[in-house]
Design a protein around this ligand. Structure first.
Ligand code: FES
Length: 321
């Protein structure tokens, strides 16, 4: 039951460059020089690292109009379970790496009049693709880029070049406080669409500042996983196509139980951020814990991310095809 989203392509590491403190840029191309699968602003790809048993999702950072490469920004996470450490310390120019995607769970609505783009740290990557797209379309936008200090401002030169005077750079160390997101939201023109990607405190402040706006106008992407997906009570999952029933214990995710039993073979980030494990929910009430679905999508309970989400009902009937 391989997910159709999970076709794998092998790409060549064309360039690795130091971008900012603890951050590298990785430029991936097809080994034969052919065009890459097109992507839209806000998209990501998954990197498969089978030697360490890890797949990780990374937002694309380059102009979506480019057809010859994918560019990623990767921060070396101090508590890395191996993904960013492998990319920083093991991956070399000329190596090949398997890639899935691109997928997009953070799409840009480029039909609205004004977009407010807010990025924190390496969360700049998907936001930068949006700025490229909006600029190419001649659309109105503003770009708020917050970093702890200038040494950590990856992609800053490119952001400046794309945004010009639409860029509002916020350096925590100089200002002595975090970005004033409520102030940004309050000043934005009516009917603006808001996009935010950054660390958890920024996303929480953003969610609070935009909570009274229509869901459709508020977009966000986590680049770090939200709290863990285990705990709570056990529940059952029934697979619609086979009728098999699995008990999900508190210490395991649905994905882990189904994968161990050979009932599901697709997955990616395993952290609720990439969307690759999306399954249809035919019956029962999920306990959504992912960062992919919007509040509105979660409320419909039609799909769920089985890598992190659990159940509020005693049993879920899901479709894993
Ligand atoms: S595997 Fe990435 S959201 Fe579930």
């Amino acid at each position: 039951m391989q997910s159709p989203h999970n076709a794998t392509q092998t790409m060549r590491v064309h360039r690795i460059e130091w971008a900012a403190e603890g951050t590298i840029i990785i430029d991936l191309r097809n080994p034969d020089g052919s065009p890459v699968t097109p992507f839209t602003a806000g998209a990501h790809i998954e990197l498969l690292m089978p030697s360490i048993g890890i797949t990780r999702a990374y937002s694309l950072a380059n102009d979506p109009a480019e057809t010859h490469r994918y560019v990623l920004g990767v921060v070396l996470e101090p508590k890395s379970r191996g993904g960013s450490r492998f990319l920083h310390r093991e991956l070399r120019v000329g190596d090949t790496i398997d890639v899935q995607g691109p997928h997009n769970h953070f799409p840009l609505d480029d039909t609205n009049d004004h977009s407010v783009l807010i990025a924190g740290g390496i969360g700049v990557t998907p936001i930068l693709t949006m700025a490229h797209r909006l600029k190419a379309m001649g659309k109105s936008f503003e770009f708020h880029f917050a970093v702890r200090d200038l040494s950590r401002a990856a992609f800053l030169d490119e952001v400046k070049a794309v945004c010009g005077d639409r860029l509002h750079l916020h350096i925590d160390a100089e200002v002595g406080r975090p970005l004033n997101i409520p102030g940004i939201v309050a000043k934005a023109p009516a009917h603006s669409h808001f996009y935010c990607c950054g660390p958890l405190p920024m996303l929480h402040a953003y969610e609070e500042a935009t909570k009274d706006l229509p869901d459709d106008n508020v977009h966000l992407e986590y680049f770090k996983a939200p709290p863990p997906a285990v705990g709570g009570g056990a529940f059952e999952v029934e697979i619609a196509s086979t009728g098999e029933v699995f008990t999900i214990p508190p210490e395991k995710t649905i994905l882990e139980v189904l994968s161990d039993a050979g009932a599901y073979f697709g997955s990616s980030c395993a952290e609720g951020v990439c969307g690759s494990c999306e399954c249809k929910v035919l019956k029962g009430e999920p306990d959504h814990r992912d960062s992919v679905l919007t509040a509105r999508q979660k409320a419909t309970n039609k799909v769920m991310m089985i890598c992190v989400s659990r159940a509020k009902s005693e049993r879920l009937l899901i479709d894993v095809d």
